[in-house]
Design a protein around this ligand. Structure first.
Ligand code: UDP
Ligand code: MG
Length: 326
């Protein structure tokens, strides 16, 4: 297996997980041996220390197996779980990416069922923590509400977006960069690009060592990130359409408010000043103009973005050329 590129890249973000490193490495090594040896698959494990303030870095140095297939990355500063996963993806060589938490809440033995789903032909296998072992009021309930909202906004029907344990073909990312809390939206992005997704029930275990890094605030960040993903994927080539529709809606409100105010003035003898309609007319008009101008600005930015990176807005699946054609 050495020398050739690995098939599977396991990516694990770690922030202040000093007590979990040893059991994690032991469990993962034995699970990967059981999963990959029979199928003759090769793997790499990338452990990303996200600027921990405890001994995570030292523990990684002493405990990480001295093999080509195990890599560590150290951030100088804490950048968050998504950036740690993104760094792992950037440094990975496998065709299949498997991110998982490093606090042992995900079970490394579940990697097998996710990979089986990929073998069945799915591009994404997403873990579903059916029996989640977290505090109900601060984690499980808010996450159920968030999952419902995300499904509703995205149109993708998954039960658990927040489970880090997933497997996906690296190609589904197609250059998509992860920011904020976006690692959980890979299945949504993949679905919008036409990928096939399977949700697979996985084991979830209580956190024994260390403490959770997140509270309720994350829900709001996740929902805001979803709006960004939705905007970037649905309107990235034509932002003026979105801003333009909003702009014309405000012009319509402004128009009807104006007409109504004039009607009241001349047919009902109601002075302009005694109704809020002139205010609505002015506000609607100004907001409409601002929306259109923002749309034009966004169009300029999109062009700079695509042309500076020499990026295309279309994706070609495959190409056929007829004999003799130019
Ligand atoms: N993590 C990270 N950077 C952070 C916060 C968390 O790399 O800033 C890692 C953490 O070490 C763990 C995973 O992300 O491996 C999930 O974090 P946590 O257990 O705190 O989240 P929860 O399970 O409570 O949602
Ligand atoms: Mg956890």
């Amino acid at each position: 297996m050495q020398g050739s590129l690995p098939n599977i890249s396991i990516i694990i973000p770690l922030y202040n997980e000093e007590e979990n490193i040893e059991p994690l490495i032991n469990e993962l090594s034995s699970a990967l041996r059981d999963i990959c040896t029979p199928k003759k698959q090769s793997y790499e494990v990338i452990l990303i220390n996200d600027g921990s303030s405890d001994n995570t870095s030292e523990k990684l140095q002493t405990l990480c197996p001295n093999e080509d297939s195990w890599k560590t990355i150290n951030f100088s500063k804490n950048r968050g779980q998504t950036q740690a996963i993104m760094a792992g993806i950037d440094h990975s060589c496998g065709e299949i990416i498997v991110p998982m938490d490093g606090d042992l809440q995900n079970d490394p033995n579940d990697i097998k069922i996710l990979l089986d789903a990929i073998d069945e032909g799915y591009e994404v296998a997403s873990g579903w923590r059916k029996n989640r072992k977290d505090v109900f009021w601060t984690k499980v309930l808010p996450s159920r509400i968030a999952n419902w909202l995300i499904s509703w906004i995205s149109g993708v029907k998954l039960k658990d977006y927040g489970c880090t344990l997933k497997a996906y073909k690296k190609s589904v990312l197609g250059g998509f960069r992860l920011y904020g809390e976006m690692h959980r939206f890979v299945p949504i992005y993949a679905d919008w690009q036409g990928a096939r997704i399977k949700e697979v029930e996985v084991n979830h275990r209580p956190r024994i060592n260390g403490k959770s890094n997140y509270g309720l605030r994350r829900i709001f960040k996740v929902l805001l990130d979803l709006l960004v993903v939705k905007f970037l994927t649905q309107y990235d080539g034509k932002p003026i359409y979105m801003f333009g529709i909003a702009g014309f809606s405000f012009f319509t409100i402004s128009f009807f408010a104006g007409v109504w105010a004039v009607y009241l003035k001349f047919f009902d003898n109601t002075p302009f000043i005694s109704t809020p309609l002139p205010l609505l007319f002015t506000l609607g008009f100004i907001t409409g103009v601002i929306c259109i101008l923002m749309g034009l600005l966004a169009e300029v930015l999109i062009r700079i973005y695509y042309e500076s990176l020499n990026k295309k807005q279309y994706i070609i699946d495959d190409e056929h050329k007829k004999k003799g054609a130019l």
